[in-house]
Design a protein around this ligand. Structure first.
Ligand code: AMP
Length: 598
């Protein structure tokens, strides 16, 4: 492996990055730094987020900057304010041994006058979001005539966010002699177009596989009923007591709702989306970055450029419509050489999407069972035990009371103390989880088997008949035909599922023989009728039309009631959490947070 020393960087920069703990260059740094240091060519770097791109262009850029030049020499465009701030912070750290290097941030949602004032005081490097910079260009508040290096960071995200025209305008407003360095995780047609129109023979470097997700990410999905989505989310979060992650939703409304539900249920969560003011967003981001917040619920756009390295999980509360968004989302975890888990909560309708993602991104998805109550309890208990083992004992604080505590517990055996201790912490939690339902969506094969079972338990037989919609049959016609041929009335017929060239219907068992006999030798529309008792039932989503006798919807209502019942038991836990928060502020989640803060 190459070392930073061999890449041609100065002592000042080498000293600064050493202090930051950068020991060896990442692949994109190894390839980009020597090329960019020459300051002669345009450059396209394809690498995922979190691979060290900022230093890959930042370090050579800092070497190339002329300190005595008063007008800005470098312009870095970033999709979001958060990423822009991060880039500027990184550059300041990298340049700490280079005197008087001024980096100025320009972004929307903050006072433009302040930013203009800072620019007037002198900037070597501007880090800007496209919209605000264009505003400044139009007001003639920024002089870009001396820009020699223009860097597009996360170019694909900028284009995804609708900055296409702004980028075109900015690129045109800067000198033709400048060098353009473009970094992107993916290379969609629009990014290609920019490279083609605004760059001259760029050196192109790809690190890892463009368009694929980070190799350290484990991709998983849970198959569920849509109505269980939120409860599955809670189950997953409870199953990973040390989770620190982002939950992605598709709309601002959904984001807000999920965040509110989680907060109400006592989780350390908050929302990040475009309906919040900049002040609110900053506050949420601060809490998330310093880890006082464990779960960030966010929209795709709001979460752009979030630069937090040690996310353990990314949860797709709903899968995004665009494949690229999936890569961006899951790329928030497993950054800087770490590993992470990307979990998609999907219904059967999304299974095709998962297959598509798997094929196009060349990643494997593992279907994971939604953990049951017992598994969650076991995890939580083990986690708690580990915390006990690891906690530092504050001798000074305890010493004063130790004798009294000892006396108080002297009657109890070690085993009793452990049991009582665990009961105190977990009784309600375990009570809650004891009778929680299985939240896994059954596969269609399992569902068919279950239906066949139900059928064999019921007083009906499921019949197969080789005529269907293509024979001009509909439910009334079929019922009339059955009555005519067999003398069995519609009220004795149950569910009917019409398919193209065959159909299924249920009949009360006492009439099964009449049906078989009645159709023996019958001819309908020129075809010999074949009828038999079927052990199987078609899947409900299999198309065709269907009919049910009695109160078909009533059955669904019953299961809904069951579900509401389970929701109620979820609420029981809310009160448990709330009470714990009010009384001791020492829920597992809370203590975990404290531990992280420490
Ligand atoms: P970036 O892709 O620039 O956002 O970088 C992702 C993370 O990796 C940041 O926290 C950087 O500080 C860190 N990083 C970048 N380069 C290195 C390196 N060579 N060694 C260790 N960490 C690095």
């Amino acid at each position: 492996m190459n070392s930073f020393e061999n890449l041609g960087l100065s002592e000042a920069i080498l000293g600064a990055i050493k202090e930051l703990g950068f020991e060896n260059p990442t692949p994109i740094q190894e390839k980009a730094i020597p090329v960019l240091l020459e300051g002669r060519s345009d450059f396209v770097g394809l690498a995922q987020t979190g691979t060290g791109k900022t230093a890959a262009y930042g370090l050579p850029l800092l070497e190339l900057i002329e300190q005595d030049e008063k007008l800005p020499q470098a312009l870095i465009l970033s999709p979001t304010r958060e990423l822009g701030i991060q880039i500027a912070d990184d550059l300041r750290l990298f340049s700490k041994n280079i005197l008087n290097l001024n980096v100025v941030n320009v972004y929307g949602g903050a006072s433009i006058e302040d930013q203009i004032r800072k620019l007037r005081r002198g900037a070597h490097v501007i880090v800007a979001t496209p919209g605000r910079l264009l505003d400044m260009i139009r007001r003639k508040a920024v002089n870009l005539s001396k820009i020699e290096y223009l860097i597009l960071d996360e170019a694909d995200e900028m284009l995804n966010m609708g900055f296409k025209e702004d980028i075109d305008d900015i690129l045109s407003a800067t000198s033709e002699d400048k060098l353009t360095w473009l970094f992107s995780a993916t290379m969609p047609a629009e990014v290609r177009r920019i490279a083609k129109n605004y760059m001259t023979n760029p050196v192109e470097v790809t690190v890892g596989k463009a368009n694929t997700s980070n190799v350290n990410i484990e991709h998983q999905y849970y198959l569920l009923n849509n109505r269980d989505r939120y409860n599955v989310l809670k189950r997953v979060v409870d199953f990973y007591p040390s989770i620190f992650g982002i939950i992605f939703c598709r709309t601002r409304k959904e984001t807000q709702e999920v965040a509110e539900l989680l907060m109400k249920d006592g989780y350390s969560a908050d929302a990040l989306h475009g309906d919040l003011s900049q002040v609110q967003r900053d506050k949420v981001m601060r809490s998330f970055k310093n880890k006082t917040l464990q779960l960030l619920v966010a929209t795709d756009v709001a979460a752009r450029g979030i630069d937090v390295d040690d996310l353990t999980h990314v949860i797709h509360y709903n899968l995004p419509d665009e494949l690229e968004f999936y890569t961006h989302r899951s790329g928030r975890t497993a950054r800087a050489g770490r590993s992470g888990i990307s979990i998609a909560l999907i219904t059967p309708r999304d299974e095709r999407k998962v297959r598509d993602l798997s094929k196009k991104l060349n990643v494997e998805f593992a279907q994971v069972k939604v953990p049951g109550g017992e598994e969650v309890c076991e995890r939580q208990l083990l986690h708690f035990m580990n915390r006990i083992k690891e906690v530092d004992i504050e001798e000074n604080n305890i010493e004063t009371y130790f004798e009294a505590i000892n006396n108080e517990l002297s009657e109890l055996s070690r085993e009793d103390i452990i049991k009582k201790f665990v009961s105190l912490e977990f009784n309600r939690f375990m009570d809650y989880y004891k009778n929680t339902p299985d939240l896994n969506m059954k596969s269609s094969t399992q569902k068919r088997a279950q239906r066949a079972n139900e059928s064999s338990d019921s007083n009906e037989d499921r019949m197969f008949i080789n005529i269907g919609i293509k024979d001009g049959i509909d439910v009334p016609r079929l019922l009339t035909l059955i009555h005519k041929q067999c003398g069995v009335r519609g009220k004795n017929i149950g569910r009917v599922d019409l398919k193209g060239v065959f159909s299924f219907f249920d009949v009360e068992k006492e009439f099964t023989n009449d049906i078989v006999k009645g159709f023996a030798g019958a001819v309908v529309g020129g075809r010999n009728v074949r009828i038999e008792v079927s052990g199987d039932r078609p899947s409900e989503s299999g198309g065709g039309s269907s009919h049910r006798k009695g109160r078909p919807r009533g059955e669904r209502g019953a299961s809904d009631r069951g579900r509401r019942g389970s929701d109620r038991s979820d609420n029981k836990r809310e009160s448990f959490r709330d009470r714990k928060r009010k009384t001791s502020n020492d829920s597992p989640r809370y203590s975990e947070r404290k531990k992280r803060e420490a």
